[in-house]
Design a protein around this ligand. Structure first.
Ligand code: PMP
Length: 331
């Protein structure tokens, strides 16, 4: 069957409705069945297409975003790509504050997509004027007729996944899903998807993935922001050094933290065992799933959905470079 019948009027019509793909070899030693919601099938190759389109459509509807306006955002790269793509189609200018932790592949992609890119240091406090949050805010203030997407503190981020990713998974699994495993960055994906799924069946468990070096897991457990948890790490788009309001911590049952090395090795294992080419955080989600399995969270009847947020092509000079892996003692 042809997935997209007839003519598609614009690339933006292809956002969402990504496939749910059964995992075979990589999960063969784990109890239950495992499926990857592979968000690289979005036209911008990541889950961020969903939130970028939802937030822009909302701003257009409210009359905040007018012809020739400028879109400003803080991004590890994926949201930036989605915004740049939509800006081209809709006729907006796009200015992005990106962390210097983002892969060079991602930064090059953003400029190729016509965005103005400001690279900011990753390892400074969020309130530091050099941080990508503060740089984006300053650009927004200085730029007339600009809109700040503010994905970390925008409830529409959760809503985008509540309205699309959640219902898609429910339908694709015919209501059989028992567990959702998802990375937590802004928290929009896990919160919106998890909320929708729990409303359909309150026994579904929502399992979060955090990084060593991030504050999210501890905050979930203690409701306290412990900055002693913060240390540099390499995975992009996972974990945080602040508490985003786009995370609904009540929806998440439990978090696991993963290491840079384990996540990188798992991403490479997904390629070799499943023939899929996902990004770094997909490796993190796979690794966390194995850690959850080691805690006996799954049974033979489990129907586990893992969200793979983006495509491996954005990490060719990082986890898919043997040199990079060796330099970091990951191989
Ligand atoms: N993986 C990647 C590659 C990302 O860019 C992001 C977004 N920062 C996430 C996972 C996490 O998604 P969310 O922001 O919805 O929590």
């Amino acid at each position: 069957m042809i997935r997209n019948k007839g003519i598609t009027n614009s690339i933006l019509e292809l956002v969402g409705e990504t496939p749910l793909i059964k995992l075979h070899k990589i999960t063969k030693d784990l109890p239950g069945n495992y499926y990857a919601k592979f968000e690289a099938f979005n036209p911008g190759n990541s889950a961020k297409d969903r939130i970028a389109l939802h937030i822009i459509k909302d701003a257009e509807k409210k009359g905040i975003l007018k012809n020739g306006a400028t879109i400003v955002e803080t991004t590890s790269g994926n949201t930036g790509f989605s915004l740049a793509m939509i800006s081209i189609v809709r006729g907006y200018k796009c200015i992005l504050a990106v962390s210097d932790k983002s892969s060079i592949d991602k930064i090059n992609l953003l400029t190729t997509m016509g965005a103005e890119v400001h690279v900011c240091p990753a390892n400074v406090a969020p309130e530091d004027p050099r941080s990508y949050y503060e740089v984006a805010k300053t650009i927004h203030k200085k730029t007339k007729n600009s809109v700040y997407i503010n994905q970390y503190f925008n409830e529409l981020n959760i809503e985008a996944h509540y309205r699309t990713t959640g219902p898609e998974i429910w339908e694709q699994t015919e209501g059989k899903v028992t567990h959702l495993v998802a990375a937590s960055g802004t928290g929009g994906t896990i919160s919106g998807t998890g909320k929708y799924l729990k409303e359909q069946n309150s026994t579904i468990k929502v399992l979060g993935v955090d990084a060593f070096g991030s504050v999210l897991k501890k905050y979930h457990e203690t409701k306290e922001l412990d900055l002693n948890e913060v240390s540099p790490y390499k995975i992009e788009g996972l974990g945080k050094n602040l508490i985003p309001t786009a995370t609904d911590f009540d929806v998440i049952d439990i978090y696991e933290k993963v290491s840079d090395k384990d996540a990188a090795l798992e991403a490479r294992a997904i390629v070799k065992k499943e023939g899929m080419f996902p990004g770094y955080t997909s490796g993190a989600v796979m690794q966390a799933t194995k850690q959850y399995a080691a805690q006996n969270i799954f049974t033979k009847d489990s129907f586990v959905v893992l969200i793979f947020p983006d495509h491996g092509s954005r990490y060719l000079n990082k986890i898919y470079s043997d040199q990079w892996m060796q330099k970091n003692n990951f191989m």
